[in-house]
Design a protein around this ligand. Sequence first.
Ligand SMILES: CC(C)(COP(=O)(O)OP(=O)(O)OC[C@H]1O[C@@H](n2cnc3c(N)ncnc32)[C@H](O)[C@@H]1OP(=O)(O)O)[C@@H](O)C(=O)NCCC(=O)NCCS
Length: 179
Amino acid sequence: MNQPVTIRQLTPQEAREQIGALSAVLIDCVEGGASVSFMLPLTRDRADAFWQGVAEGVAAGKRILLVAQDPSTDTIVGTVQVILDQPENQPHRADIAKMLVHSQARRRGVGAALMQAAEEAAAKAGKTVLVLDTVTGGDAERLYERVGWVKSGIIPNYALWPKGGFCDTTVFYKQISAA
Ligand SMILES: CC(C)(COP(=O)(O)OP(=O)(O)OC[C@H]1O[C@@H](n2cnc3c(N)ncnc32)[C@H](O)[C@@H]1OP(=O)(O)O)[C@@H](O)C(=O)NCCC(=O)NCCS
């Protein structure tokens, strides 16, 4: 993958059609040691079930699903979500979740491009406060700081690594202007 990636927002139908490709990225990340909600071994069925739920959330207007595609093959190499569905006293807030870039596509700006697109999509949806959390000291933490997210604090022992053992989590936020 030498060209820049294409970032796209998937329709509900596309989200359903791309479940297999999205599962491949998720499994690659978890097998590579990413703490992103899942324990090893992550079977294809469990991964597919997760993306099925995401596709339903897209269809219900509860989340935005973005993908990064290699323009020469249309292969999905990365993804991120904007969770729009929030409590009634936080209509201006969104969570950013499941930022995943396939191990073979990393360190080429895909993560940064996905985050920029996620922020733009959130702004278009009228959101002005964005929140996310990530493993403390990981690659993602550097990415978020680089693109202007503010570190709120660290929660020790928040989650488990895919093979077990506690990991700390850093909570970030970013204030944006609605588009
Ligand atoms: C975190 C993650 C999404 C980053 O994705 P990425 O596509 O590699 O991100 P970027 O390419 O934008 O940035 C990564 C690094 O590559 C560097 N980089 C970007 N473009 C580059 C280029 N053209 N040439 C060389 N280096 C480049 C960046 O400066 C950055 O460097 P740093 O890590 O030393 O700070 C990815 O590592 C990942 O999916 N990890 C596993 C899942 C995970 O933990 N997700 C986070 C959940 S909260």
